[in-house]
Ligand binder design. Sequence first.
Ligand code: UD1
Ligand code: UDP
Length: 360
Amino acid sequence: MKICVVLGTRPEMIKMSPVIRELRSRSIEHYVIHTGQHYSYEMDRVFFKDLELDDAKYNLNVGSGTHAKQTGSILVGIESALVGDRPDAVLVQGDTNTVLAGAIAAAKLGIDVGHVEAGLRSFDRHMPEEINRVMVDHISDILYPPTQRSKANLLAEGIPENRIVVTGNTIVDAVRQNLDISDRRSNVLSTFGLKAGGYILATSHRQENVEDGSRLKGLLRGLEIASEESGLPVLMPIHPRTRKNIERFAISLPDRIMLVEPVGYLDFLQLESKARLLITDSGGLQEEGCILNVPCVTMRDSTERPETVEVGANMLSGTHPDAIAEAARTMLSRTADWTPCLGGGDASKRIVDDLVQRYA
Ligand code: UD1
Ligand code: UDP
C-alpha cells in the first residue's frame, strides 16, 4: 500500500500534518508532493518546522499566478510526479487550486482520489474555493467529510453513500497535537506586548474581500470600531495577498491595528487560544475558535462551516464596518460554552483506518 499526499498551502500543511503523522507512525509507505502554491518562508517552511514534517519528495515550485496559470502548472507538474510512482491513492485536503489540480491529475491517471474535508458548501459560487470543492468532490473516489452535515451535502448532490466516510475534521487533531507544545515553546504574547484575554486577533485574505479596495478599507474600519468600543487592541498577522493590496490601494492603517508578518503554527495557536475574540474571513480560524473556546466573527455573508454558527461559536457579520462592530459586540458578550461540533480528534486515525481497509 502506497499513499501520496498532495499539499501546497498553509492550511493544507496544518490539516494534513496529523494524517502524515498517522501514516508515519504505522510505517505505511507514503510521500508528499508539495506544489509550491505557498512558498514564502512564513507561509511554507515554518510549518514543516513547527509540525515536524519531512521534506516533500517532489516540490513543483509553481508559485503564484492567475487561477488558470496556477491550476494548469500544478496539473502538469503533478501528473509527471505521479506517473512513475503510481500510488494506490492520492489524498488532497480542502478547497485550494492545489487540491483541484491534484485531484484532476490523479483521477485522469486512474489513481484513486481521497478528499479530506469533503462536502463543505458555502453555496456561493463567487468564491473560487466553492468551485474547487464541488469539482473535487465529484471526481473523488473516497470522500472524508468532517460532519454529518457535510455528508448530507454530498448525498444531496448524488454522490453514492458507499464512497463517504465521516471522520471529523483533522484540524481538531492538529490543535490537540500542538497546543501543549505551543504553550511550552511560544513566547509570542510577550514578543507583541499582549496580555492573555486582552486583544482581538484578526486575519483576512479572501479574494472577494481583499482584492476590492473599498471592501478592504471597510473591513479594516470595522476592526477599528470593534477595537475602540471594546478597548482591546487588534493584532493582525497579515497574509501576503492582503499586505500587497493594502499597499496597492494606499490604505492607511488605523493606529489600533498592529500589522505583523504571518506567524508559524505554534505561535498562532498561542495567539488564538489567548485571544478575547477572533475576527476573520479564514475557514480555519472559524474552526479553531470553536475548538479553543474563543468566539469568532466571520467577515463574510456565507460560510461552509455552518456548524460553528449553529453551536454559537461563530457569527457571520458581512463586510460593512458597522455590522462587523455589532457582531463583535454580540460575540464579546457570549459565554463560550458551546458544544464541540467538528469531531473528537481522531479524524486522521479514521482516515488511515479506512485507507488500510481499502488498500492494505
Ligand atoms: C489560497 C487559496 C485559499 C486559501 C489560502 C490559504 C486558492 C484559490 N486559494 O489563497 O483557498 O484559503 O490559500 O492561505 O487556492 N503570496 C506570497 N507568498 C506565498 C503565497 C502567496 O507572497 O507564499 C502572495 C502572492 O502575491 C499571491 C497571493 O499571495 O499572488 C495569493 O496567493 P494564492 O496562493 O494565489 O492565493 P491565497 O490568497 O493564498
Ligand atoms: N495560521 C498560522 N499563522 C498565521 C495565520 C494563520 O499558522 O499567521 C493558521 C491558522 O491557525 C489556521 C490556518 O493557518 O490553521 C488557516 O489558514 P488560512 O486562513 O490561510 O486559510 P483558510 O483556512 O481560510 O483556507
